[in-house]
Design a protein around this ligand. Structure first.
Ligand SMILES: Cc1cc2nc3c(=O)[nH]c(=O)nc-3n(C[C@H](O)[C@H](O)[C@H](O)COP(=O)(O)OP(=O)(O)OC[C@H]3O[C@@H](n4cnc5c(N)ncnc54)[C@H](O)[C@@H]3O)c2cc1C
Length: 459
């Protein structure tokens, strides 16, 4: 729907008019929640499609997610799915796929998912098991800007850092645990140490953070942005915001739309783009913020989908996937055994594996040519998963700027944002206080609530 003409006329701008830049999951959710509260908004998106990093490619035989592969849902997220009417589209992860495999000592081994299982299994050395038990009694420390690797090595030991933390951080952030900060990634770890004196004691006493389930959708992850976009009355595609200025208490936004320069006035402005795009948008508002945003790292990552006939697979792939600790020097960061997790991705007699190459610890591997990456993955599958022969289909998708790194540079950007003097500008995106889709939905929903409080004080 094109409503640019209407918003160009300043005299029609009501007291609260929210401009949202970027129709990824964050901007879409925010727009939807504002609409539900009868708050006027306009959502501007540069592409001709919504969803940002969420993308699904559907062909005759295959449903391939080339961005996020699943979403973790608790009660709040489930309610959100119901409100946008996609509850019948949901596919829950197969219960047989709950095990996570980690490559260790030449093979994939199940990572024990509870302390008793961990003590019984041979996954860790005896020394590490003792070290894990000693975490209950280890003295607490407060360390400024502590990295995840430092925290886990301090509380547990290096083997836990290398074989649990490292592959998981690769899986979530495509990041390096030596650089990511505890307080930005898993602040719960600091909280448990401070409150209970021990992470394990805290986990036992607080009873965990509530069960969350992993979901995808019948027609892939793109179902989610499509469903939200369908509900929106004020979404404008093909509109690239180029410049924002703050004048007389209003945000003046200039955008390029189908070769035309359009301008809009907003009382509140939400930037829901990746940090590198937010950086140029912010240049006229604060050069310091713009500079800090430009320094947030987004390592590159390639997703490789590989499909085999089931006849070629000699082992049961009952698990979520296999993650590769950096110390094992594998080519890929890991693979999700996608067809074991979600049904309907490929025909019943085939399997689909989704591999990740790149991220901050595998940047050299990303530099390989497409064909080389594909071949290396086939060789790894032959050696480590005993899959024979050639795949029926293999596709690669590259993200030059994949996932924002929650490290010191991000911390510096947050500090600059806190110093911003102008009012009524907000950030709502995967780089701002939560990278997962569920964090993006929750943060956007909370921002809509905060903005609606402003409206109440205006009226
Ligand atoms: C490969 C990969 C795998 C992932 N896997 C998972 C997973 O399995 N589960 C999970 O929970 N999370 C996952 N994530 C993270 C998650 O996908 C992202 O954090 C999330 O999608 C970010 O959403 P967003 O709305 O903040 O931003 P984006 O998706 O980046 O959306 C921003 C939008 O802004 C638009 N835009 C940019 N500049 C302008 C401009 N100047 N004017 C107008 N519009 C503009 C863009 O076109 C885009 O549509 C993954 C991410 C990647 C890259």
């Amino acid at each position: 729907m094109c409503i640019g003409m209407y918003f160009r006329r300043q005299e029609l701008t009501p007291d609260i008019m929210v401009g949202i830049i970027g129709a990824g999951i964050s901007g879409l959710t925010l727009a939807y929640q504002l609409q539900e509260r009868n708050i006027p908004y306009l959502l501007l998106e540069e592409k001709d499609i919504t969803g940002g990093y969420i993308k699904t490619e559907i062909t005759d035989n295959y449903t391939l997610d080339i961005g996020p592969n699943s979403i973790l849902a608790d009660e709040e997220i489930t309610k959100f799915f119901n409100s946008i009417g996609i509850e019948n589209e949901l596919i829950e992860a197969n219960p047989n796929s709950k095990d996570r495999y980690i490559f260790k000592a030449g093979k994939y081994q199940v990572l024990p998912d509870s302390p008793p299982k961990l003590l019984k299994s041979n996954f860790f050395s005896f020394k590490t098991k003792i070290s894990i038990l000693r975490e209950f009694f280890r003295k607490t420390e407060k360390i400024e800007d502590e990295t995840l690797a430092h925290f886990i090595t301090r509380r547990f030991n290096k083997e836990v850092t290398d074989y649990v933390l490292n592959p998981f951080v690769t899986g979530i952030y495509a990041g390096n645990p030596e650089k990511l900060l505890v307080k930005l990634t898993f602040p719960i770890l600091n909280d448990l140490e401070n409150k209970y004196g021990s992470v394990l004691k805290g986990m036992l006493k607080s009873g965990g953070s509530g069960r969350r389930k992993s979901f995808n959708f019948r027609n892939g992850m793109a179902t989610l942005p499509k469903a939200i976009a369908k509900k929106l009355k004020n979404l404008q595609l093909n509109t690239q915001v180029e410049k924002v200025e703050y004048q007389d208490g209003q945000y003046k936004v200039s955008a390029l739309s189908n070769g035309q320069i359009l301008s809009y006035n907003f009382s509140q402005l939400v930037i829901a783009t990746p940090a590198f795009a937010a950086s140029s948008i912010m240049e006229n508002i604060s050069i310091e913020v713009a500079k800090a945003l430009s320094q947030i790292e987004y390592p590159s990552m390639a997703l490789v989908h590989t499909v085999y006939s089931k006849d070629n697979v000699n082992v049961q792939l009952n698990g979520f996937g296999g993650l590769n600790p950096k110390i094992e020097n594998k080519f890929a960061a890991g693979s999700i055994w996608t067809s074991s997790v979600f049904s309907g991705r490929v025909p019943d007699n085939q399997i689909l594996l989704t591999s990740f190459v790149g991220g901050s610890q595998y940047s050299e591997q990303y530099k390989n040519a497409d064909q080389q990456i594909k071949e290396n993955i086939i060789q790894d599958f032959q050696r480590d998963l005993k899959i024979e022969g050639r795949p029926l289909m293999q596709k690669i998708h590259r993200w030059e700027k994949a996932i924002p790194q929650y490290d010191k540079n991000l911390q510096a950007a947050y500090s600059e944002i806190e110093k911003l003097q102008v009012k009524g500008i907000y950030f709502c995106a995967g780089w701002y206080k939560g990278v997962s889709l569920s964090d993006c939905i929750k943060n956007a929903s909370q921002l809509a609530k905060n903005i609606s409080t402003l409206k109440d004080t205006h009226s």
